[in-house]
Design a protein around this ligand. Sequence first.
Ligand code: GLU
Length: 320
Amino acid sequence: MRFSRPVTHGDPVHYRGRFAPSPTGPLHFGSLVAAVGSYLDARANGGEWLLRIEDIDQPRTVAGATDAILRTLEGFGFEWDGPVLVQSQRLAVYRAVLLDRQAHGDVYPCACSRREIAALSPPTAVDGGLVYPGTCRAGLPGASVARAWRMRVPDGEIGFQDRVHGLVRQNLAREVGDFILLRADGQFAYQLAVVVDDGAQGVNAVVRGADLIDSTARQIWLQQRLGLPTPSYAHLPVVTTASGEKLSKQTRARAVDPAAGSVPLAAALEFLGHPVPPEIARGPLANFWGWATAAWSMARVPARRGACPRADAANQRLPP
Ligand code: GLU
């Protein structure tokens, strides 16, 4: 895979960010916003920007999407540092980490079905999800068969200073419950892979969509148990359609096209609170990136935005 800048060795790198798309479809305007925000923050801080393909969720992975995403990023002039890390090639690493947590008693097997959890879950869950009531915490009931492995969580607040949202606090026991590291279908969970890989890649600055803000306390807890440092976090506003849905494959988000040059990049940057002069928005990519890197300030990024007419217009043009 092509990469344009070698990762620095020797001197400690004071900023290392990343973009970690899931290849569930082509790059759409919502993921372009996360790419632009994480890239500019890294470059404006003189830092590195790594790329990771998060393709461990096999049922959701679409053939050809990884190549399409990399080609699109390249076409827009993004330059990443070091080789691209591909999660589906790292299952042995995730397995070793899970075995290690088993040895430490941090995880336990769980036989509960979603329906059983729903029947007992208190209505305080984040993300509209379910709080795991701890049914299997003290051992599998009777003759039941383990379906998943869960991480024990503490009953106390985990807080972090988000660079966009300020102080964010979550009590994992009350709002999430013991969470899954290995799913019932045998797939490793996003929470495990993302923490292991941010650690392995030495990422110390995470810039991503605010749809993941509720995952962050779980990731910090896992980092603590694994003895990994906690990166800084910035959660960018999420692009939604007029009906308030996040752009995704489910909302039939259209692919962004590098043939449009700087125009979609400028739209993404404006979405992040940075108005772009027309001559820059319509000019060559090199000018756009130079201008944008100098203009970038996380302090200008709004915590949330309303529906994005541009995203909506793009979606309307999709065939049913
Ligand atoms: N793979 C996730 C996504 O595409 C992003 C994960 C992250 O940035 O932590 O939504």
